[in-house]
Write a protein that binds this ligand. Structure first.
Ligand code: MG
Length: 204
């Protein structure tokens, strides 16, 4: 399986970095070894001094597809969960400055915690209107809603599948809203979809 991550997909998050709104979805990949499952603790890596959380809705792909038309793309989503796109921001800044790829800043081991449970699309009133938020040590630091996505789920699937075949079990991180920030050793992260606790793990 592979993990596809969409960047710059919420306007207010782009403003945080004074970035430009992209014309098409921007994506990068994390390897399977980035997965952190079952709310296991995340161990702070020694190669960064500025590790950031990015809370994101995560699509699980339920059928194989290539060049999927946007109008059928929703059928390829088997379930929706919550994940953290951990980012070594200091290393990412360095890569950006030098025009280098981001893998060392984004794709390291355990950089993609995902919720133990995923929710069926049919269990949402409307997948274009899903609320989610992150609590850091009990304080809400990020809030998002899928209605604010620049590129909605269907557009992401249609676009990515023009280049890369989607397979059963692949995960797509759909981008983070504003409010990203640092985590430190000893922090607890709790992520919610609507009012349902999806993620609950510690940084050690
Ligand atoms: Mg992200």
């Amino acid at each position: 399986m592979k993990i596809i991550c969409i960047g710059m997909n919420y306007a207010r998050h782009i403003e945080e970095f004074a970035g430009e709104t992209p014309q098409n979805p921007v994506f990068f990949l994390k390897p399977e070894t980035a997965l952190l499952r079952n709310n296991q603790p995340f161990f702070y890596p020694d190669f960064t001094k500025n590790l950031h959380y990015e809370t994101e809705l995560v699509l699980r792909i339920g059928r194989i597809g290539r060049s999927i038309p946007e109008q059928f793309a929703a059928r390829y989503i088997s379930a929706i969960g919550l994940g953290i796109d951990f980012t070594a921001r200091d290393m990412q800044d360095e890569c950006r400055k030098r025009g280098l790829p981001w893998e060392i800043a984004k794709g390291f081991d355990c950089s993609a915690p995902v919720s133990p449970d995923f929710i069926l699309p049919g269990d949402f009133r409307d997948i274009r209107d899903i609320n989610f938020h992150l609590e850091l040590n009990g304080v809400t630091v990020q809030e998002g809603n899928s209605s604010s996505l620049i590129f909605p789920f269907s557009r992401i699937i249609a676009y990515v599948s023009q280049f890369i075949t989607l397979k059963i079990g692949d995960l797509i991180f759909t981008g983070t809203p504003e409010g990203v920030g640092r985590v430190e050793t000893g922090y607890n992260l709790k992520g919610y979809i609507e009012n349902r606790l999806m993620l609950d793990f510690d940084v050690k």
